[in-house]
Design a protein around this ligand. Structure first.
Ligand SMILES: CC(C)(COP(=O)(O)OP(=O)(O)OC[C@H]1O[C@@H](n2cnc3c(N)ncnc32)[C@H](O)[C@@H]1OP(=O)(O)O)[C@@H](O)C(=O)NCCC(=O)NCCS
Length: 220
């Protein structure tokens, strides 16, 4: 995603990827999260200096950050960490939406956008890990086809981008504010015929992303 996009109707900001130089905006957003949200985001207690060094690392290790911005500040983010950052070489996603803008579809919109970025980057699957009691994140992940398994106090889900996620992305279009974000006519997935049309639309979208992949590789 090279340009900016308008977020949902109730949200007045824009959604776009951050450049590495803009990672201080991610840092400030993560620092603004209230205590519980920060614990949920990192699945544990972390202090400010951890967030400082974490976001500095994001600026240098190829992390893709899709962010929701208003007035030059980030208030929601979806991070996609490179596969070499994990022991089993799976790209990992993480999400954070400030309390004031929650439950308006922003988490869903960021989820969709970061999956698109993962497809453009050529990944076949991505992982989401969250606290086993984080109902909001578990529910969001399931919405996009993640099958969560529980272990060591965490819930982990893999999203297969070529299989499970593809119809989920298409099917999700009419349910949230995604129409405003894409500027396209809403797709209704109410009947089998509608679903077929949605799948075709997704197919067209998918190949457009493939052809645009070269753009994603270019430095911002
Ligand atoms: C998880 C989080 C990103 C969701 O953001 P959001 O903008 O509220 O998400 P949405 O409005 O798109 O909601 C998506 C779905 O999540 C579910 N959901 C959201 N908040 C919920 C809650 N408090 N309890 C139960 N389900 C919830 C709903 O099913 C919702 O879908 P619906 O509105 O179609 O029913 C946000 O709560 C957050 O940042 N939490 C703190 C950080 C965190 O936990 N990060 C996850 C670790 S990676």
């Amino acid at each position: 995603m090279n340009g900016t996009e308008t977020a949902g109707a109730a949200l007045t900001g824009t959604i776009r990827t951050l450049t590495p130089r803009e990672m201080p905006l991610l840092r400030d957003h993560l620092l603004r999260l209230d205590r519980d949200s920060r614990r949920n985001r990192f699945n544990g207690v972390v202090d400010d200096s951890f967030i400082e060094s974490y976001t500095a690392k994001c600026a240098s290790d190829g992390t893709i950050v899709v962010a929701y911005l208003t007035d030059g500040e980030v208030h929601g983010a979806a991070e996609l960490h490179q596969p070499d950052q994990s022991s089993d070489h799976l790209p990992e996603m993480a999400f954070s939406v400030e309390r004031e803008v929650r439950r308006q579809g922003l988490g869903s919109l960021l989820f969709k956008k970061v999956l698109e970025a993962a497809v453009r980057a050529g990944f076949e699957r991505v992982r989401i890990t969250t606290g086993s009691e984080n109902e909001a994140m578990k529910s969001l992940a399931r919405k996009f086809g993640a099958h969560l398994t529980f272990g060591h106090g965490e819930s982990t889900g893999i999203i297969e981008l070529k299989k499970a996620a593809a119809p989920s992305i298409a099917a999700d279009l009419p349910q949230t504010s995604l129409r405003a974000s894409t500027g396209k006519r809403a797709l209704k997935v109410a009947t089998p015929a509608d679903f077929a049309r949605a799948s075709l639309a997704f197919g067209r979208w998918y190949w457009r992303q493939v052809f645009r992949a070269w753009d994603l590789q270019r430095p911002a």
